[in-house]
Design a protein around this ligand. Structure first.
Ligand code: GLP
Length: 253
């Protein structure tokens, strides 16, 4: 794996966007796995800038998102802050601002009536698209990838996962709190790609910033490979993994 340490969040974001853009220029019909969370927002802003100013073309790009809260779906009757679905996040933060085709966007359907069937179909759709060329990842406070909470196995597939207390608290602090929600309103379940699904991507791009992530990043990259820190799966990954960190997130390496 290649670890790149940048001075700050903006430089981390620019470097990550350049990495993604390079793939799109080389392979215009790339299949890209997108992630949500605070971490990739700067990267998405930079991709939007590259689209607007440099003509970066997303017209043939196919996307698969990592996860979605169970019970939530995009609700355009609400203002963005009150619609905490990951689907809304992706449209607001990226898809609305680039020339991606709607039919090429795949995000787990949190409103599905049959989650098990949906999860199987999602896996199939990834296969039919030829697999994911590049999967973008953040890292949760408890070391998770997507919503693969502690206990998730390396061969886990897309499924419904129960969120643990730390994740619920972290995501409340990061998004729900400032929109005026209470902790009771936090979703407790999500649909998530499995670790096995993620490890099948042809390349990975993991991002982390801020001192709060330093300990868990060190555990994931250099600690034991354990189901208690599911991002430690990166150590057994066979493809090309690139990790871009800001100085603070890299401070315990
Ligand atoms: C959520 C998402 C993860 C993301 C994590 C970290 O749990 N399911 O995909 O990596 O949050 O989010 P942030 O980037 O806001 O720290």
């Amino acid at each position: 794996m290649e670890i790149i340490v940048k001075q700050d969040y903006d430089q981390m974001s620019r470097c990550a966007a350049e990495h993604i853009a390079e793939l799109i220029r080389k392979k215009p019909n790339s299949v890209i796995g997108f992630a949500t969370g605070r971490t990739p927002i700067g990267t998405y802003r930079e991709l939007i800038r590259m689209h607007k100013e440099e003509g970066l073309d997303f017209s043939q790009v196919v996307t698969f998102n990592l996860d979605e809260y169970l019970g939530l779906g995009m609700d355009l009757s609400k203002p963005y802050a009150l619609d905490q679905s990951y689907q809304r996040f992706m449209y607001e933060e990226l898809f609305n601002h680039i020339n991606i085709k709607k039919e090429n966007i795949h995000i787990p359907d949190g409103l599905t009536k049959n989650p098990d069937e949906f999860c199987k179909a999602y896996e199939e759709a990834i296969k039919e698209a030829g697999g994911i060329d590049l999967q973008i990842l953040g890292i949760g406070g408890d070391g998770h990838w997507a919503f693969n909470e502690p206990g998730s196995t390396l061969d886990s597939r897309t499924r419904v996962e129960k969120l643990n207390e730390q994740t619920i608290k972290d995501n409340y602090e990061a998004f729900y709190k400032e929109a005026g929600f209470t902790m009771d309103e936090m979703p407790h379940y999500a649909i998530t790609m499995g670790l096995g699904t993620i490890l099948e991507a042809k390349s990975l791009l993991m991002l982390a910033n801020g001192a709060k992530k330093a300990k868990v990043v060190a555990k994931a990259l250099y600690g034991p490979v354990t189901d208690q820190v599911t991002a430690s799966a990166i150590q057994v990954y066979k493809g090309k993994a690139t990790i871009i960190l800001d100085k603070e997130a890299a401070s315990m390496l």
